[in-house]
Design a protein around this ligand. Structure first.
Ligand code: MG
Ligand code: ZN
Length: 220
């Protein structure tokens, strides 16, 4: 009996996700769902991306965390509109939580909405939010075996950002092995090697996002 129950929850979630997407399309907002393990640097990546894009696009952020508003406070310091979702123990965001947060942002005044998912490499992949872009953030200290261990996360994403490349000299991480694992799961994914400490590689990722936004807006 367990399987049908789980399926119906996911179907209800997908319905709401579709409604979220419709709203984003109406408002001309590109939504980017950022998923990663805890500590990979999701908030740092968002901050670095804001630095690069704030003159080119109006950016908003939704922060998903189990508890606290530490990350949202960091974003707010930049003067960027941000809403915190506390899942109260929940290990992922779902479409309904996102829907509940959206009225707190003025979507008419945004071009890009970053949604920082709860740090977790398992279930965020199963819960669609309605975002246009699914982005996965990996980091060097996590190890090069993660695509092999968490294939679900790597399979469905449009972009893969590999953060903390400044640590490559100090950590055992075989980029070739990592990329081979990714290619087997998701050969078309756009990969960006970045360091949110030095800023290296962030520009390529930011430009890729802008291209995606322009394509989406032209289509819509
Ligand atoms: Mg964070
Ligand atoms: Zn979960």
């Amino acid at each position: 009996m367990k399987v049908p129950v789980v399926k119906s929850i996911l179907a209800a979630n997908d319905q709401i996700a579709q409604e979220n997407r419709q709203l984003f399309d109406e408002k001309g907002v590109m939504a980017v769902n950022i998923m990663a393990s805890p500590g990979a640097g999701k908030t740092s990546l968002i901050l670095r991306t804001i630095e690069r894009l704030r003159d080119k696009a109006r950016i908003g952020v939704i922060e998903g965390d189990v508890a606290s508003s530490i990350d949202a406070d960091r974003i707010a310091q930049e003067g960027v509109p941000v809403v915190q979702i506390n899942t109260g123990g929940g290990c992922h965001l779902d479409a309904n939580m996102l829907r509940a947060a959206l009225p707190s942002l003025n979507l008419d005044e945004l071009d890009i909405l970053f949604i920082e998912n709860v740090g977790n490499l398992i279930c965020p992949a199963n819960f669609r939010l309605g975002a246009h872009i699914q982005a996965m953030l990996a980091s060097i200290p996590e190890g090069d075996d993660k695509p092999y261990k968490y294939p679900g996360m790597y399979q469905g994403v449009d972009a893969l950002v590999v953060n903390k490349i400044d640590l490559l000299p100090y950590v055992r991480f075989d980029m070739e092995r990592f990329r081979k694992g990714v290619a087997a799961l998701n050969p078309d994914v756009a990969i960006f090697e970045v360091s949110c400490v030095t800023g290296k590689g962030v520009q390529d990722w930011a430009e890729w996002l802008m291209q995606k936004k322009d394509t989406l807006l032209r289509r819509g």
